[in-house]
Design a protein around this ligand. Structure first.
Ligand SMILES: C[S@@+](CC[C@H](N)C(=O)[O-])C[C@H]1O[C@@H](n2cnc3c(N)ncnc32)[C@H](O)[C@@H]1O
Length: 275
């Protein structure tokens, strides 16, 4: 059974607006891994990348210049509608579907990615499909970030982190157990990958300059925030209003366009199907 926590239109449009692109360092790590494994084709564009749980397409679009064809797959039609509305990527298409049942022939895919999504998949069925559709020497790149975000602005880093911690505490009861799988960096899924050639990079540090408005929008995209909003709409709205006021006060600024630094870490599971 697929997890259907990303179906609402409002949630999808928040995703398009406030989820950030994976960083260049991570993209380079993945492409270099693929190049190393496909050494015989060096310099050639790779043929097919499939981005699973693609959401509104942030990662799919980053892959597009490096492949002849990229296909984004997601169970949520609303997310795909947002993804399709972004113009300028003629070799990128999107299909409704699940990571556990892929519409590709055996041995046809060069790279399978999942950005902040693999923790939602049924591990056994997904890995069986991955083994089936990947070409020999085809690669898997499953990545994401945990919830250890740190905030910083001039001298008020600690206070900003207390504010974020308060949000986290309120949302804890609404957090799916699947999200904890991401927070432990897909350890079990990594172990279950049936390829001997695999590695897990645990710490890819990232710093982003975001406005207060962007940070609040990012919290709003969290599946646990959306669960809280469904259960207690007024309390959920009040939580973000209160958090916004606390950020403004702590940073001693009057506009939500004021910037602060968000520091966090990506992890990435890489694996290569044997020849
Ligand atoms: C946290 S979002 C990540 C979206 C996007 N990759 C990103 O980085 O912003 C997880 C996405 O996975 C999708 N999803 C969940 N289970 C899925 C499954 N079994 N097969 C395909 N997509 C799935 C959801 O609909 C959602 O769009």
């Amino acid at each position: 059974m697929s997890h259907r926590l990303f179906e609402e239109r409002h949630h999808a449009s928040l995703y398009q607006k406030y989820r950030f692109d994976p960083p260049d360092e991570l993209k380079e790590i993945i492409l270099q891994y693929l190049d190393k494994k496909h050494a015989s084709q060096k310099g050639q564009p790779h043929q097919l990348a499939v981005d699973l749980g693609c959401g509104t397409g942030q990662n799919s679009r980053l892959l597009a210049p490096h492949f002849q064809e990229v296909v984004g797959i997601d169970v949520s039609e609303s997310q795909l509608e947002e993804a399709r509305a972004v113009p300028g990527f003629p070799n990128l298409s999107y299909r409704v579907g699940t990571a556990e049942e892929l519409p590709f022939p055996n041995g046809s895919v060069d790279l399978l990615t999942a950005a902040s999504a693999a923790h939602w998949f049924d591990p056994e069925r997904f890995l069986k499909e991955a083994v089936r559709v990947l070409k020999p020497q085809g690669c898997l790149a499953l990545f994401g970030y945990g919830d250890n975000f740190k905030l910083h602005h001039e001298s008020c880093g600690d206070q900003l982190n207390y504010i974020y911690e308060d949000v986290r505490q309120v949302l804890r009861p609404y957090t799916s157990s699947m999200v904890t799988v991401a927070n432990i960096k897909l350890q079990d899924l990594f172990e279950a990958i049936p390829f001997p050639d695999k590695e897990r990079i645990e710490l890819i540090p990232v710093k982003q300059q975001l406005t207060i408005k962007n940070i609040i929008g990012f919290y709003e995209t969290f599946s646990m925030y959306q669960a809280y909003l469904r259960a207690e709409p007024s309390a959920a709205t009040a939580l973000l209003e209160r958090t916004t006021s606390r950020f403004l006060e702590e940073m001693n600024v009057s506009s939500t366009e004021a910037k602060l630094e968000l520091i966090f870490e990506y992890f990435c599971v890489l694996a290569c199907k044997p020849q």
